[in-house]
Design a protein around this ligand. Structure first.
Ligand SMILES: *Cc1c(COP(=O)(O)O)cnc(C)c1O
Length: 387
């Protein structure tokens, strides 16, 4: 069936109460018929719920939807996007292993690679988004994983997923794509050779800035390892959050259509502003990787980046002049959000590291919401006039 239909009609089995909409299963554990039922359940001879750290009807429904939407074989849900990233990598990596990753990754993923994995003797090499042809030269005998996000945060640059998929296949590496910015509606990395796809469900999947969540889907054997790791270490998604997220998925296609329509309109407005430079939005013809965007994405998503003429001071002035949009670090909300990475999320990076990650001092990121785009444009226009 079609994406929209699966998003709505994938549902837990109806109970004896004949509810129309999936109820919330706030229960930590489940009961057994008898000793044999209990033995067989623990031996995994039966597929059934035992304890909500392992599975829960609400988390299973959420996982099943994302699994279908991404064209994956199986999946596992987590309390946050970061617990999905950490559990996925920790379950698959051994001491001594090596990861190759795009340099432009989410800040906490960067911290995992640089601050925490070295404690367990897991090393990494970064490649720049424009240097995909250098990836093969970074491969070592102990390399196990290629990790990337596309579009990147906050620079809104793209990686050719097909190229990454071919390199991973040729060298027998596991390609993992953090698909958070695109959502399963706009981009399906498995089609291009990814074995695993990760989402922070906190962003566009919730879409209304309410709950945290994460999910990993993909190859069934790899998911099995990840599931066993998480079942024992405990980063389970709460049933309440799973229930909220699964309901949100019912409207993902309609919400995303509008997010993308608004974002394109706002990106086109920004391109015409004299003090906004290097406006980047995947579906703008001027985007350096427009052809890649067209190949792998259904639409451009809701994130725009641009540079304010005048650097750090102008960036700060712009943020201060904003009236309607929110000054917040989140993204993928109904409310439009503006951030200035150089003075906030990426302020701890050295100038060199920041520039290598594509973040200039004047870079502004906009997460376009679902307000009327003309109101957002009016706000950006008055703020740009005051820098
Ligand atoms: C937000 C985000 C994460 C982390 O997700 P949380 O739910 O905040 O833990 C990971 N990757 C990307 C690309 C993100 O934007």
């Amino acid at each position: 069936m079609h994406f929209e239909t699966e998003a709505i009609r994938t549902q837990t089995e109806r109970t004896q109460f004949q509810e129309h909409s999936t109820p919330l299963y706030l229960t930590s554990s489940y009961v057994f018929e008898d000793a044999e039922d209990m033995r067989a359940s623990f031996a995994e001879e039966k597929e059934r719920n035992i304890y909500s750290r392992f599975t829960n009807p609400n988390t299973s429904e959420f996982v099943e939807k994302i699994t279908k939407m991404e064209g994956a074989e199986a999946g596992s849900a987590f309390a946050t996007g970061m617990s999905a990233v950490f559990s996925t990598l920790a379950a698959l990596l051994d001491s001594g292993d090596h990861i190759i990753s795009a340099r432009a990754v989410f800040g906490s993923t960067h911290s995992l690679f640089t601050k925490f994995f070295p404690k367990w003797n897991i090393s990494h090499s970064y490649f720049n988004v424009n240097d995909v042809d250098k990836i093969e030269s970074l491969i070592r005998p102990e390399t196990k994983i290629i990790f990337a996000e596309s579009p990147t945060n906050p620079g809104v640059e793209l990686l050719d997923l097909e190229v990454l998929g071919k390199i991973a296949e040729k060298h027998n590496l596991i390609l993992i794509i953090d698909n958070c910015f695109a959502t399963p509606y706009l981009q399906n990395p498995i089609k291009f050779g990814a074995q695993l796809v990760i989402h922070s469900a906190t962003k566009l999947i919730d879409g209304q800035g309410r709950v945290l969540g994460g999910v990993t889907v993909g190859n069934a054997n790899l998911i099995r390892e990840i599931y066993l790791f998480s079942r024992n270490t405990g980063p389970a998604l709460s049933p309440f959050n799973a229930w909220v997220l699964s309901k949100s998925l019912e409207t993902l296609p309609v919400r995303l259509d509008r997010h993308c329509e608004n974002a394109l309109k706002i990106a086109e407005f920004l391109e015409k502003q004299p003090n906004a430079e290097k406006v980047k939005y995947p579906f703008l013809k001027s985007h350096p990787q427009y052809e890649i965007a067209k190949k792998q994405m259904k639409a451009g998503g809701n994130i725009i980046s641009f540079e304010i003429k005048g650097g750090l001071e102008a960036g700060r002035n712009f943020i201060n002049a904003i009236e309607l949009c929110s000054r917040s670090a989140n993204l993928g909300d109904t409310r439009s959000i503006v951030t200035h990475p150089a003075s906030t999320t990426h302020s701890k990076l050295s100038e060199e590291d920041r520039l290598e990650a594509g973040i200039s001092v004047g870079l502004v990121r906009i997460s376009v919401g679902l307000e009327h785009p003309d109101d957002v444009i009016a706000d950006l226009e008055q703020a740009l006039a005051r820098v």
